[in-house]
Design a protein around this ligand. Sequence first.
Ligand SMILES: *[C@@H]1O[C@H](CO)[C@@H](O)[C@H](O)[C@H]1NC(C)=O
Ligand SMILES: *[C@@H]1O[C@H](CO)[C@@H](O)[C@H](O)[C@H]1NC(C)=O
Ligand SMILES: *[C@@H]1O[C@H](CO)[C@@H](O)[C@H](O)[C@H]1NC(C)=O
Ligand SMILES: *[C@@H]1O[C@H](CO)[C@@H](O)[C@H](O)[C@H]1NC(C)=O
Ligand SMILES: *[C@@H]1O[C@H](CO)[C@@H](O)[C@H](O)[C@H]1NC(C)=O
Length: 643
Amino acid sequence: MDQFVLSLLILSFLTSSTFAQQNYSANSALDCNSSDETGPSPAFLYTCNGQSKSCEAFLIFKSQPSYDSVPAISSLTSVNQDELARINNVTRLSEFPSNKEVIVPVYCSCLGQYYQANTTFHATNDHTTYYAVASQAYEGLSTCASLKRANEYGLEFGVELQVPLRCACPTSSQISCGKSYLLTYPVTIGDTFSSIAERFNVGVKSIIDANELEENPIIYPDTTILIPLEAKPTTSNTIIHKEPPNVSPPPLPSRPENRTSKKKLYEWIGIAAACSLLFLSIILAILLLLRREKRNKVLEGSNETGHVLPEDLRVEIASFEQILKVFGLKEVKKATENFSSKHRIKGSVYWGEFGGEMLAVKKMRRDVSKEVNILKRINHFNLIKLHGVCENLGCFYLVFEYMKNGSLREWLAGERTENHGSWSKRIKIALDVANGLYYLHSFTEPACVHKDIKSSNILLDGNLRAKIANFSLARAATRGTANASLTKHVEGTRGYMAPEYVQAGQVTPKIDVYGFGVVLLELITGKDAVFIQDGRETLLSTAIVSILLKENAEFELGLFINPSFVGSQEIKFALRLARVSLACFTYEPARRPGMREVVLSLLKIQADLEKSESLKVDSVDVAVRHWCSSIGETNWRAEAISK
Ligand SMILES: *[C@@H]1O[C@H](CO)[C@@H](O)[C@H](O)[C@H]1NC(C)=O
Ligand SMILES: *[C@@H]1O[C@H](CO)[C@@H](O)[C@H](O)[C@H]1NC(C)=O
Ligand SMILES: *[C@@H]1O[C@H](CO)[C@@H](O)[C@H](O)[C@H]1NC(C)=O
Ligand SMILES: *[C@@H]1O[C@H](CO)[C@@H](O)[C@H](O)[C@H]1NC(C)=O
Ligand SMILES: *[C@@H]1O[C@H](CO)[C@@H](O)[C@H](O)[C@H]1NC(C)=O
């Protein structure tokens, strides 16, 4: 009888302890669309079911290109560099050989129903989706679904992703068995339970139990398992993995496991081909769906590309006569001395005097009605002002305000040969462009997208005030990113085009935000959007993203801007501006900041810069006046309309 009670007790103890461990995620960890509405799901993180709400925990990270040194892994995981060096028995600046297992000590705590260790990740061009961040950069130590959730609200400026890392604290039953720590281990092709158990001095059974695995389980790469440990892991537990063999042959046991084969508790860890196939087909289905949608949209909008008759144009212009003047050809010819070379500014743009006022005339052979329709709707100090139009035998002359200092591109080229323009000048220009775009996206009806934001389409007047010009690609679009209109005709300039526009023809205001990010980088560095580095064409955005990821980003950025850089206060501002551009390069348009946020952060940087400069000249008054004037400039040009 006593025995019966005892065995019952043992049985109930066993069942409760069994259910208290963590469930293995299997390939659900790779599914970005997992849901946990009905209860905690291993597709997210480990459930908060341990004895403590927080604890010390450990992760294994395999060194990989660009994350193969103590500083790099320390910044990837937000773990103190000294601590990381100490536990791995190396020095603070050591590099690791490729595929070396690195022990990462983390502080693991409950947040809601899951355990997590917090870190942040700066989005790069190599890891442009949550899936890539979770499974490539973090090797499965985070999951797509949990990244999606952690970054759903409030984009941290600077595209800093919040990354919850998978960790857990031991349950009471694990503690009663003497296990003090849980190690999160990312599964690698070629691992076997017996080899892992042997390396970490634990029983295979305790790993199987800790992960609620069945016998002979299938385990997937880019997922994690928990290893219960009695003591902190040391470098004697870690190995350097062999380069995985070519991925094409299915993983097969490289050597038979003679010890564990007795127990039949081992199983091969490898890619489940069926799972990859499933994922491929899902992706294919989504792509097909997108394409179909795109085709429909293009068909709907196809008459938009048809030419509007000049009559329509004239009617349009006439109805706005009080704002848009209709010039006669004689008048235009007289002003430009019959388009003499003396009056030529560049290409088919001439300057001329119209009643004592200096204006620019742009000669165009194509239909300009779309551009004119947009230009006559917009009135803002930072958008080029169209004074009037002249039409003669299918040839159009647009008369604009005259911009004395030419394009930003030319100005930057000139600055490069002379000296660097002051930072306050550059920030002011950036703010002008940002304000112009903010107006264009938010204060026109319908919203307008410029589609070709680049430094050569930004003009500077005599006071170096910037205005956005060339609206020939501009078009109306919805304001949000959800119902993006699609185009199959992708036009634009290399180095400035947003990925969703190039890849899917998506047109939303966010493609201008991307272009603005590149213009901002040109302002910071003085370099072209596509420049030659080590004999190769390099995108400025790519170059800067990789610089910003480095440990000593400030110094590297200084060197990049000016090789004879010796270090100065101003480079701090350059770095802050570069971070703003980085945010503009956020891969997902919905998470990319809008121009309002960009304007606000530029204003903040401008204010700080002027504060630091006013400290130098010991005159706070100047800063205050500058700050006020920059706010005043954001007022839209109401007078211009009433004129
Ligand atoms: C594991 O999965 C089972 C069945 O889905 C569930 O009842 C249990 O709560 C899960 N355990 C944890 C720790 O999430
Ligand atoms: C994602 O899951 C939700 C429900 O969980 C579903 O409504 C939606 O259609 C799914 N999306 C995709 C692309 O599978
Ligand atoms: C740390 O490394 C040194 C030599 O680099 C070695 O002698 C020592 O045994 C190592 N310690 C551990 C705990 O592995
Ligand atoms: C981790 O980050 C979340 C927000 O992302 C925060 O609520 C939580 O307090 C953080 N945990 C720790 C231990 O800092
Ligand atoms: C079993 O493993 C030992 C070393 O671990 C090895 O010497 C032996 O050849 C193996 N036996 C089989 C049958 O593979």
